[in-house]
Ligand binder design. Structure first.
Ligand SMILES: Nc1ncnc2c1ncn2[C@@H]1O[C@H](COP(=O)(O)OP(=O)(O)O)[C@@H](O)[C@H]1O
Ligand SMILES: [Mg+2]
Length: 415
């Protein structure tokens, strides 16, 4: 029988080196694109520094994306889950190979990929909806085989097995890289769902508070798709919403959704704030005579006000909010960003807005980079969840490790 030496030992040794190249693969609730980031990590723990070496993004083929939206809606058979598990992984592998090609890297240059996978269902304990579980698909064996690099995947399961929400997990990264000695920071990600990490000055792991605030772009995206008959997928630069007027009555009603008042730890997804919810809101708004642009403005306001409300309800009691760092696709929507600032100001909060670029990160790649770091921690035997955030009973080493099984066979074009 062929053997491949002690690959697991070599992996752990590699993770302990002071400088190491690792990759992160991410597709969030938007399912807009698969992001691949290759990063050099220097140092360990709170001394960790990251440098992005390459980045690539890949769209899902249209049939794969449509299949995913079937699963998000609770449709789809086990057979489809089985097929999509492989198809999603093929797109992840393409993004990974694109990033490697951009930096001229060989499989032997990269220690490990951290692959978040594509969430298709998330029932956290806070939802109190039967057995708590979460499912991210995108077969790690496929990614490992195509790239010739081991893969850490299924990051959320260990935290959930310990009673945690399994989410959010990026706060560990935020805590290591963005904690300031003097200033308190809110690190705000606005993806399909939005989540915030609150970092008091000099925070220890147990000082960190983080949770999903609710919808980010998902409802706006779904509404645009419905209102344009599927021709458009999102409101670029908030152009449509900025021509509309927010309906204060509808906004107030929508903000009464029980998720917003729920105490952290909490996490959510498309199960609550998905296409069905958006379609209902669009119908409700049409029956009040709102124009399409008004609907998009009111949905943008729902995101902005729910963020600011979450700060008022859950962050302010912990301390000041000196700075807000915004990442994720929502940061590119100037209309949404203006509403967010205004919503904070109307609650007496006037933090300085900083961009991830101020800290050597990028809004578009931050989450992929975070999963690269989380994968390094896993192979180094370091716990990557924050129990103060997720509610897990203890810290855990996250994920499952899939071996590379050697470099991939050269393709015909490269022979
Ligand atoms: N120029 C833009 N204007 C408005 N919205 C944008 C822009 N660019 C990206 N977005 C929004 O960001 C979303 C993707 O954000 P992302 O952070 O990738 O989310 P996720 O982590 O859920 O995949 C898109 O679906 C879109 O709603
Ligand atoms: Mg995305």
């Amino acid at each position: 029988m062929p053997t491949r030496g002690n690959w697991l030992f070599s992996l752990a040794e590699g993770a302990r080196r002071d400088t190491v190249l690792v990759g992160g693969l991410m597709s969030g609730t938007s399912a807009d694109a698969v992001d691949a980031a290759l990063v050099e990590l220097a140092g360990h723990g709170r001394g960790t520094r990251v440098r992005e070496v390459a980045f690539a993004s890949r769209l899902y083929p249209p049939d794969v994306r449509a299949g995913l939206f079937d699963l998000f809606a609770g449709r789809g058979s086990v057979r489809e889950v089985c097929a999509l598990n492989v198809a999603v992984a093929e797109t992840f592998a393409c993004a990974a190979l694109d990033a490697m090609a951009r930096a001229n890297l060989l499989p032997s240059d990269v220690l490990v990929w951290g692959s978040h996978g594509q969430t298709v269902w998330h029932t956290p304990p806070s939802a109190r909806d039967g057995i708590a579980g979460t499912l991210q698909i995108g077969s790690p064996a496929v990614i490992a085989a195509r790239t010739g690099i081991p893969v850490v995947s299924d990051f959320r399961a260990a935290d959930m097995a310990l009673g945690g929400e399994g989410a959010p997990l990026v706060p560990y990264f935020d805590w290591l890289l963005l904690t300031d000695r003097q200033k308190s920071r809110a690190v705000q990600n606005i993806g399909g769902i939005a989540n915030v990490t609150y970092l008091p000055p000099n925070a220890t792991a147990s000082d960190v508070l983080a949770f999903d605030t609710g919808p980010g772009n998902a409802l706006m995206d779904a509404a645009v798709a419905v209102l344009t008959g599927g021709r458009e997928r999102f409101d670029r630069d908030g152009a449509r919403a900025s021509r509309g007027t927010v309906d204060p009555t509808l906004l107030r009603r929508w903000l009464e959704h029980p998720y917003f008042a729920l105490e952290p730890p909490k996490s959510t997804g498309r199960e609550l704030f998905g296409v069905a919810f958006a379609v209902e809101r669009v119908a409700e708004a049409h029956s009040r005579g709102l124009s399409d642009d008004d609907i998009l403005a009111t949905l943008a306001a729902l995101t902005a006000e729910s963020l600011a409300d979450a700060y008022r309800r859950f962050l302010v009691s912990r301390g000041r909010v000196d700075e807000v760092i915004v990442a994720g696709g929502g940061a590119k929507n100037p209309f949404l960003m203006r509403l967010f600032r205004d919503a904070l100001a109307s609650r007496g909060l006037t933090p300085e807005f900083r961009s991830p670029e101020d800290f050597g990160l990028r809004a578009a790649s931050k989450e992929a980079v975070a999963f690269a770091l989380l994968a390094r921690e896993t192979v180094a035997g370091v716990c990557g969840n924050l129990p103060s955030v997720t509610g897990a009973s203890r810290p855990a080493i996250l994920g499952s490790i899939t071996p590379a099984n050697g470099a991939p066979m050269p393709t015909e074009t490269s022979l």
